[in-house]
Design a protein around this ligand. Sequence first.
Ligand code: SF4
Ligand code: SF4
Length: 367
Amino acid sequence: MSLLIALLISGLHYITPVHINTLKTSGLLLQLKQQIDQLADQCVKCGMCLPGCPTYQLSKNENESPRGRIALMQGIVTGELSLSPKVIQHLDHCLGCLSCENICPSKVEYEILIDAIREYTVAEKNPAFQEKLISFLIKPAVQNSLFPLLRFYQRSGIQKLVQFAGVLKLMGLSQQEQLLPKLKRRLKLQPRYSAQQDSLGTVALFIGCMGQHFEQATIVASIKVLTRLGYDVEVPEQVCCGALHQHSGFRQQAAALAKTNARFLLNDSYQAILFTASGCGAQLKTSLKQDQVPVSSLMDFILQHTRKHPVSFAAIERTIAVHQPCSLQNVLKQSDAVATLLSKIPGLEIIELQSQCCGAAGKNMLS
Ligand code: SF4
Ligand code: SF4
């Protein structure tokens, strides 16, 4: 009898959630190892990507280059290298700008590689706090309480007091705090805006989780231009695009967000799903994985519109500098639209900045 009880207890041990999780994690690690090993093997170490890599250009350190990072990944999955803080740091410094993927003659799928190694790191090190923090901050209810508090902090004089007293410096947050833009009230949006002339169709506007707080002017202008061009604009229910999760190693959470967005956005009555932030747009386009409704940058959509329906532009006598985001250039490959559209405006002198990645790269700017 006691043997039977002992067997039952040891049997129960094998079906505890902890054990199932461990099995799941080791299965995932094995799967990621195989994927990384296979993709990294395509790199012939030619080094052609090095001049295009912003972190290599800054450091001239091979570990900070695409070739070096791929070698680090290979070392990790073959067990020759441990996931030491130094190794993780070199991988974390990658901005995900994908300039390397664009240049690579061997067509190494660097984006899949860097996401996979980050997922591998997360599975090994289990930084549950980071995952919880990201998921917490994108919740609309949290943002609705947090942003008014931040506005109060900026407008009440507390910010100046805290800066003057050097509190942020002591907490190591002064650099990050300087990046906080002056917050406005959350933009209130209607679910639908009607075309200002005979309707050419309905488009959905994707504003993501931060648009209503940080991109008010862009959203208002986008709706104005689209309705003026003859489109009904809907702002459907939507959630975060999941880019932060995907590029921080939380692929499953990113996939769950994509599923929710697909439920809200994939509607046959939409002619297109348009976005204004290219980073979010790139994630949305890749994660929705469908041909049902085209997902496009607003600029590209307007450019295509002007090809079918000629538009005249009022003159603006001004010189402007244009910086194209990496996600627009290297992932979406729609950067021509901005320059072509701007060139149609009489009087406008355009200087295209030949700069590399701006360095923001999602949450990288905070680290
Ligand atoms: S990633 Fe591509 S360009 Fe860079 S070293 Fe490898 S094969 Fe060459
Ligand atoms: S994604 Fe950008 S920062 Fe990262 S290795 Fe490639 S070129 Fe360098």
